[in-house]
Design a protein around this ligand. Structure first.
Ligand SMILES: [Mn+2]
Length: 311
């Protein structure tokens, strides 16, 4: 049986389905979770989306966001867990709390070790796009709510359809979502254009600390107080600098670690590069976490290694 049909059979056999996603969830994580929530409800199931973290106000554009469980719903006896957009089991928010049940792992990170009991890991723009394909495979009808959540997930993970993960099928699937009377203009505005004063002060620090190395084609910056949810926004901001091969954002975390976000524009494989520091991700987008190191030491180590690789 294909993973798609096996997942369908398990979902149809279950009643109480627990939907989980990665820590510091983004619009692909939450949008996909809520899309599956609405789709399962349509099938007569009792799904629960568990997001044990504070999420920003602009997520209120996603229908069903208020129905998520914040505390673990320990009074429900679940049949099945579906993990969405979580590259590793340890990336699932509060994964130690999960009951011992079969896990269906639906993801699009190329370094996903297939930790689930059933795995559907596909190289595709977003989990939102992957679910759009699965629902169509299963002949599950869409609704405005489902389509809104899926569209938000795809628009976010492709940064409004600009990444090279976007294929003709991505647009065909997004088009099928637009058939369901969704307000994509308002959705995009809510996802991308509700920045506050704090955002612009971070942009200012980003510019003040930015190094553009034309000899190596490396552009990077450092930040000390960047909220986790803004990681991708800052790297997307600096990648607008022309003529670079690799972009990096170095930042300290609350626990004192240093997180490095990497993006590639030419053919440089940042996932392979990140692996030498224990990091991972996609060819064009990857990350590293370094412990017991200062921000400036981390920059020296990573940039020195990067210079050896890019040339
Ligand atoms: Mn994703």
């Amino acid at each position: 049986m294909s993973p798609s049909q096996s997942i369908l059979a398990q979902l149809l056999a279950a009643t109480n389905v627990l939907i989980v996603t990665h820590q510091d969830p983004d619009f692909d994580a939450i949008g996909s979770s809520l899309a599956l929530y609405w789709a399962l409800k349509k099938q007569g199931k009792a799904p629960t989306v568990w997001v044990p973290q504070v999420i920003a106000e602009n997520y209120d554009c996603l229908p069903g966001i208020e129905s998520r469980a914040i505390a673990f719903p320990s009074d429900t006896k679940f049949d099945l867990i579906v993990a969405l957009d979580a590259a590793r089991k340890e990336r699932i928010a509060e994964w130690e709390t999960l009951p011992n049940l079969p896990i269906i792992n639906i993801d699009h990170h190329q370094d996903n070790p297939e930790y689930g009991d059933t795995n559907h890991v596909v190289r595709i723009s977003s989990v939102g796009e992957l679910l759009t394909e699965l629902f169509s495979d299963w002949k599950w009808p869409l609704s405005t709510d489902i389509a809104t959540c899926l569209y938000a997930a795809i628009a976010f993970d492709t940064s409004r359809f600009q990444y090279n993960s976007v294929t003709p099928d991505t647009h065909r699937r997004a088009a099928s979502l637009l058939e369901h009377n969704i307000n994509h203009t308002r959705l995009n505005e809510s996802i991308f254009e509700r920045k506050d004063h704090h955002y612009f002060s971070i942009i200012k620090s980003t510019c003040d600390n930015m190094i553009v190395d034309h000899d190596y084609g490396i552009c990077y910056t450092k930040l000390t107080n960047l909220p986790d949810t803004m990681g991708s926004e800052i790297i997307d901001f600096i990648r607008q600098q022309e003529g670079m091969a690799v972009y990096a954002v170095f930042r300290t975390t609350e626990s004192g670690d240093v997180k490095v976000s990497l993006r590639s524009k030419l053919n440089f494989d940042v996932a392979a590069f990140a692996a030498q520091f224990g990091g991972g991700g996609h060819k064009m987008a990857a990350g590293i976490r370094l412990t017991d190191i200062s921000l400036d030491e981390a920059i020296t180590r990573v940039i020195t290694a990067l210079k050896k690789e890019v040339k």
